[in-house]
Design a binder for this molecule. Structure first.
Ligand code: COA
Length: 178
C-alpha cells in the first residue's frame, strides 16, 4: 500500500512530501555554473551569503556536508546545502535553500523533499537553520512546515549593505521525537 493511502492527510507531518514534479539529486560539479548563477540572482543574493565555486566544490566533496539539487521537468530547479551530517546528536543544519522559480508555491514541496531526505534517509532527529529576520518569505515557508523559532543570535551577520543583522534560529524535530 502506498503511504499516501495509509496515512490520513491530517495525521501527516506538515512537511509531508506531496506529489509534484520535483526531485532531489546530488549536485554534480558540472551543475555549479547554475548554482553560482542562482546565487547571484538579485532576488536570492541578499538572503544568502553567496559562496565561491571552490567552497561549493568542497561542499560536494565533504563527507559532513551535502550539496543537493532540485530537478524538475526543465532540469536544474535549485539547490540546498546541508551540514553536520556526522553530528552524533543527529542534528542537521539546513544551511541554504534556493529555487529558480520563486513565488509559485514550489518552496513547500522543495522543503518537504529536503526534510524527508534528512529525517527518513539520513535518520536525523532534528533540523535547524538560521535565517535573516527580514526574509519573511523564507520564515513563512519554514513556519508552515512546522519549524519553531528558537530566538535570535547576536547581530553579527554581515548584510550586503554593510550593516550587521541578527539571525533567527529555527528548528524542527523528527515526527517520532515530537
Ligand atoms: C525561500 C524560498 C525557498 C521560498 O520558496 P517559494 O516557492 O518562493 O515560496 P512561496 O512562494 O511558496 O512563499 C512561501 C510563503 O511565503 C509567503 N510570502 C511570499 N512572499 C512573502 C513576503 N514578501 N512576505 C511574507 N510572506 C511572503 C507566501 O505567500 C507563502 O506563504 P503561504 O504558503 O502561506 O501562501 C525561495 O523564495 C527562494 O529560493 N528564495 C531565495 C533564497 C532564500 O531566501 N533562501 C532561504 C534562506 S537560506
Amino acid at each position: 500500500m502506498n503511504p499516501e493511502e495509509r496515512t490520513p492527510p491530517e495525521a501527516r507531518p506538515s512537511w509531508h512530501a506531496e506529489s509534484v514534479d520535483l526531485e532531489l539529486a546530488d549536485t554534480r560539479e558540472s551543475d555549479l555554473e547554475q548554482v553560482l548563477e542562482l546565487e547571484a540572482d538579485p532576488d536570492v543574493a541578499p538572503w544568502i551569503a553567496p559562496w565561491s565555486r571552490e567552497r561549493h566544490t568542497r561542499a560536494i566533496r565533504e563527507r559532513d556536508e551535502a550539496h543537493l539539487r532540485f530537478v524538475d521537468a526543465g532540469g536544474f530547479a535549485g539547490f540546498c546545502l546541508l551540514a553536520g551530517l556526522n553530528d552524533p546528536s543527529g542534528s542537521i543544519e539546513l544551511r541554504r535553500l534556493a529555487l529558480c522559480r520563486r513565488g509559485e508555491g514550489l518552496g513547500r514541496h522543495a522543503l518537504a523533499l529536503v526534510l524527508a531526505h534528512i529525517f527518513v534517509k539520513a535518520g536525523a532527529r532534528r533540523v535547524w537553520l538560521d535565517v535573516v529576520p527580514a526574509n519573511a518569505r523564507a520564515i513563512r515557508l519554514y513556519e508552515r512546515a512546522g519549524f519553531d523559532s528558537d530566538g535570535l543570535t547576536a547581530a553579527t551577520h554581515l548584510l550586503p549593505d554593510g550593516s550587521f543583522s541578527p539571525l533567527r534560529l529555527m528548528s524542527i524535530s523528527a515526527p517520532e521525537s515530537h
